[in-house]
Write a protein of this length. Sequence first.
Length: 337
Amino acid sequence: MPASRSRIVAEVDFEKNGRQQGFLRLFHSVHSSAYGFIPIPIVVLKNGDGPTALLVSGNHGDEYEGQVALCNLAKSLDPARIQGRVIILPAANFPAAMAGRRTSPIDEGNLNRLFPGDPDGTVTEQIAYYIEHELVPMADLLCDLHSGGSSLMYVPSALFGGWQRDGSTAAGVAALKAFASPIAYVAEANQGGNRTLSGGAARQGVIALGTEAGGSGHVTRTALRIVERGVNNVLVHLGILPEGARIAPDGPTRFLEVGGPDYFVYAPENGLYEPLVELGDMVRAGQAAARMHFPETPWVSPVTAHFARDGFVLCKRMPGRTARGDCLFHLGTDIAL
Ligand code: ZN
């Protein structure tokens, strides 16, 4: 591990066998607490030598499926059953997770747009720095559990965002297949570029899987089941859990690719958004996606947004009030992996 420049102090010993739990202490001197720290919870389970899985949720604080899954796992996983190490960080952007917000109420930091972070930066930049430079290098694989958050809803999916079309990332694809979710997608680039945690994992040479497990600020049994099975099966894939612990999938995985700007549909006007398709629909290039209405002038004709390509509706905006530039839908296209 590189010499630490992070100011964050871990209460847990990452090299000790058994179960440990406590906090990452992020010292934050404010009016109400001069010498206090922000307590970011962490659980470490270790049994002898073996691979390390780093499991993260609450990177965005309003994405709850992963946080629930990792709360369950932190209590249910018996260190005596594993070989290697599992590091669980259920509320990565802790201030955001406590506020139920995508971004931190302390500094408005969007953790998943602030990697590689800054050890001397804002609270959120310090969290990013610690995760990328202290936690990720310990890991053989990262699972960063996201969903659509407050504004978007996904068909619950696993994803591998570090995919390369040239076949050089077969280990990541194999891990994605092990996740065994009904829908899984790959992407060569994402909205956050290399400022995301998966970008940080790429810099550290660590395979990064993720989820978009649902969203719209709530948790469904279906999404939770997909996430919990996937995380379990990735631990089996790594050899941390025994083969007998693998949970059978409901069926084969449908693999999709999410590509460039033509996969996305944005609101063309400020207004009230009327979706014309639903999650899981197959659509055609040129098909109407949504109408924007103007209740303040109901006699004005709505403005229609269209899909730019064929595809599967993977993601949908949930709130009705919408501003020009808001993402309404994004597509995936079937791919053989
Ligand atoms: Zn997210």
